[in-house]
Design a protein around this ligand. Structure first.
Ligand SMILES: [Ca+2]
Ligand SMILES: [Ca+2]
Length: 361
């Protein structure tokens, strides 16, 4: 009995001269296992000697008509491996013919060639670049070479920037011009100030020269004054800018005073103790006193100096003096220890001391 689910497969099997069935020609198998049929289909594609041996004969003894029928059937039957494919072979189908691939390359636009640019890329090998240049393409190298050599390129860029600066209003350039104007103004002001300062310096120099000349003149005057102040008449000794001289000639008061006037001075007027002490150093006589320029002729008891000035607070009267002895003593003279005494002006002959200013004859 045949299993109903195997009828369809039996029909297909009858169309395929399967060696398994060919050896049992005329005999219909009861049923055939599914796995065995698949093996039979695969075997139909490849003339495997293993199947041929299942016919009960060796490969060498396989009947030729059976082998040929298998080959013919193989040609007509669609290969199960390709049955689900389209008319074109799958992309992963191995190319078995080099020429076929070559034909495909001719008819199909090749992406590799389509992507080749007209100009060779910069990084293209030198051999390809030269091939393009030498054959069909114009040489791009001369066209791209600038008029100036590459070394001048920075200069060209600098010139271009300079031209841009000249053609475009530049805020920085205007600011620099403003700074230059301000600087020029400052320089002019500085120059004027410098001129003023130069004039001031010249004036100061002139003033300094004048002061220097004035100082020289003053120094000369001072030297002259010093010389004059230290210049006393013959025999006179200077004491606090006054010249003094002791005369050892016995004369009355008026004759003594007259001798002092000859030397340009007067009888000595010791107005303080130091000067009085200095005069004592000049008096070398112990036997006679020395007339000095003090008297009370105009008013009794009121002594004054020969120049008309008052006696003042200083005096060196000897004890008990002035006593205006016999009411006739109005002229003063020094005695020992440099004390003063009133004496008769014309009745006595005494030494005297004169004084005069320096520089006087
Ligand atoms: Ca008197
Ligand atoms: Ca007296």
């Amino acid at each position: 009995m045949r299993r109903p689910e195997c009828y369809g497969r039996e029909d297909a099997a009858t169309r395929i001269p399967n060696p398994m069935y060919a050896s049992n020609a005329g005999t219909t198998p009861m049923w055939q296992p599914q796995s065995l049929r698949s093996l039979a289909d695969a075997a139909a594609k490849i003339p495997n000697p293993m199947y041929a041996s299942h016919e009960g004969a060796t490969r060498m003894r396989q009947p030729l008509p059976s082998w040929r029928s298998l080959a013919n059937a193989d040609v007509k039957m669609l290969n199960p491996m390709y049955a689900s494919s389209s008319a074109n072979p799958p992309m992963d189908q191995p190319k078995t013919d080099y020429q076929a691939r070559a034909n495909d390359d001719e008819n199909t636009p090749d992406a590799t060639y389509a992507n080749i640019p007209d100009d060779p890329p910069m990084d293209q090998p030198q051999t390809d670049y030269h091939a393009n240049v030498d054959e069909n393409m114009p040489d791009a190298t001369p066209a791209s070479v600038p008029d100036d050599p590459p070394m001048d390129q920075p200069q060209t860029d600098y010139q271009a920037r300079a031209n841009d600066d000249e053609n475009k209003p530049d805020g920085t350039h205007a600011s620099i011009q403003d700074d230059i104007r301000q600087l020029s103004t400052a320089v002019d002001a500085f120059t004027r100030d410098q001129d003023d300062m130069s004039a001031t310096v010249d004036a100061l120099k002139r003033g300094l020269d004048n002061e220097r000349n004035r100082t020289i003149a003053l120094e000369q005057r001072l030297h002259q004054i010093e010389k004059t102040l230290t210049s006393c008449p013959e025999g006179y000794t200077i004491w606090r800018y006054i010249c003094y001289k002791a005369f050892y000639t016995l004369k009355n008061f008026d004759d003594a005073a007259a001798t002092c006037r000859v030397d340009g001075g007067t009888l000595a007027m010791p107005r303080d103790a130091d000067t009085n002490t200095f005069l004592a150093s000049l008096e070398k006589s112990k036997t006679h006193g020395f007339w000095i320029g003090l008297h009370d002729r105009r008013e009794e008891g009121k002594f004054e100096w020969v120049d008309g000035s008052a006696l003042g607070s200083y005096s060196s009267w000897a004890p008990g003096e002035p006593n205006d002895h016999n009411e006739d003593e109005d002229c003063a003279a020094t005695w020992e220890d440099q004390v003063w005494n009133d004496a008769h002006c014309s009745g006595l002959q005494m030494n005297f001391i004169c004084q005069t200013a320096p520089g006087c004859p």
